[in-house]
Design a protein around this ligand. Structure first.
Ligand code: ADP
Length: 456
């Protein structure tokens, strides 16, 4: 029993084999059922017809014997053997009067029945039908008709045997064909498994499933799997780039701080020079602190860990405050004009929106030219709030425009300053959080305009 069980351990069988076995079994059972039903019905019909045939033959013979008796004519031999029916006539004592014992059947008592009886004789099955006839003067004879049932049913047995062989062949062929078809159909699944295994073993996310033409569900699954791999690969690459950029950005101020410390420790005796070094260290530390805080915010952004605190805010008031603060920090070399409509209200996260305003205005200062100008504008228009910062500074080259939203991206002229290239990605993320649209219009050497549109 345990051997039998282990042979058919379902959980160890492949899905293809399970499906093939199941359908082959169903087909086999169904075919056998139909064959059994057809055989039974045919046998029933055949036996009924055989019985009727026998009765008709005996009845026919009765008419012949009566007529011939009256006319004193002999009974022709052909009347005794018709279509497999054999007939003989016996006297009242059971002695043969006309013909031979049908099928050699002897010593079977005579019975007057309405329908033929079934008897076994010498291992074969027969129907016999006895009919008494009174032929006058109290003289009775028995007509006995017999027909071989075994002979008749052997034809059915032969056909059944042929059908069984045919069914067996159809079942085997359908099993083999079904398995081959499933094998072909399941190819994408095998490829998905092999690709996943390759990626797992070689950690190579660039691997893709080699999909042949096809539009069934498994091909769609393989295509989706490839798309998913492309997404994962690009996210993974971005993550790698981010980590490498972040460590690169942190390494620069750290090495400046270290070298300043070493220099101060070994070479500086003068207090003024020492103060200068400490100032530089402070500057680098501030840069690092800013970078770390931006990195922290970005990682919280990525992990969706920032809870938005949306509230109805007077943006005019908030923006005026930011402009004044920036003017104070940056000085008056660059002119900042405010074109702010009063009482522009919107449902925003105040802290994040302040960060967005500061970043865009600080950039307009940073990437401006000497004695440049900035125009900060805020308006309510068609149920929208439109905020923009325009400067007439350095501008951005057309080829750099799509990249400025990437993390750590800095246009060449912006390098070596105190920035990290994380400002605009953060601005974009804040705009997205508010379902706002952010756009930039810029021309190298002429200036840039950043616009945020919020829908109310
Ligand atoms: P950064 O920390 O370098 O300012 P940002 O993400 O804020 O990083 O900006 C990315 C790059 O876009 C900057 O390095 C700069 O070259 C360019 N940029 C941003 N704002 C302006 C602007 N108003 N004018 C010209 N270039 C700008």
């Amino acid at each position: 029993m345990s051997k039998f069980k282990s042979l058919f351990k379902m959980d160890k069988m492949s899905l293809k084999l399970k499906i093939t076995l199941w359908y082959t079994l169903c087909l086999g059972l169904l075919s056998c059922g139909i064959l059994l039903l057809v055989t039974n019905i045919s046998t029933d019909v055949l036996l009924r017809d055989t019985g009727r045939e026998l009765v008709m033959a005996v009845d026919g013979f009765e008419r012949v014997i009566t007529t011939n008796y009256v006319k004193q004519m002999p009974i022709p031999d052909r009347m005794l053997y018709m279509d497999g029916t054999q007939i003989a006539v016996y006297d009242n004592e059971g002695n043969l009067v006309v013909g031979r014992n049908p099928f050699g059947i002897e010593d079977v008592s005579f019975e007057s029945t309405k329908t033929p009886r079934e008897i076994k004789y010498n291992g074969d099955t027969y129907y016999i039908y006895d009919k008494p006839i009174f032929i006058g003067y109290g003289f009775t004879v028995w007509i006995r008709g017999a027909i071989s049932v075994s002979e008749k049913t052997s034809a059915i047995g032969y056909v059944t045997g042929q059908n069984t062989i045919m069914i067996l062949m159809v079942v085997i062929l359908s099993g083999i064909g079904g398995y081959a078809l499933l094998n072909r159909t399941f190819k994408p699944v095998d490829k998905i498994r092999a690709t996943a295994q390759d990626i797992f073993e070689g950690s190579d996310l660039s691997k893709r499933i080699d999909i042949e033409d096809g539009h069934d569900e498994l091909h769609t699954l393989a295509t989706t799997f490839n798309q998913m791999l492309t997404g994962i690969e690009s996210a993974f690459e971005k993550e790698k780039q981010f980590t490498s950029d972040a460590s690169h950005e942190l390494r620069t101020p750290i090495s400046v701080i270290l070298s300043q410390c070493e220099y101060g420790e070994e070479c500086v005796t003068d207090m003024d020079e020492m103060k200068e070094i400490i100032g530089s260290i402070k500057g680098q530390t501030n840069k690092m602190a800013k970078l770390v805080s931006e990195l922290l915010l970005i990682s919280r952004m990525d992990n969706n860990k920032i809870n938005l605190n949306m509230e109805e805010t007077d943006l005019s008031e908030l923006l005026t405050f930011v402009c004044e603060e920036q003017r104070e920090i940056r000085g008056h070399d660059i002119l900042l004009h405010q074109d702010i409509e009063p009482n522009v209200m919107a449902n925003v996260d105040k802290l994040l929106m302040t960060r967005l305003f500061i970043n865009l205005i600080a950039n307009a200062y940073q990437y401006n030219k000497e004695a440049g100008e900035i125009v900060v504008s805020l308006r309510n228009k068609d149920n929208k709030v439109i905020f923009s910062v325009r400067d007439n500074g350095l501008g951005i080259a057309e080829e750099d425009l799509p990249k400025i939203w990437d993390r750590f991206y800095q246009v060449n002229h912006a390098r070596n300053n105190n920035n990290s290239g994380l400002g605009l990605p953060m601005v974009k993320w804040i705009a997205d959080c508010h379902k706002g649209e952010l756009s930039v219009n810029s021309k190298l050497g002429e200036g840039s305009t950043f616009t945020l549109t919020l829908h109310k």
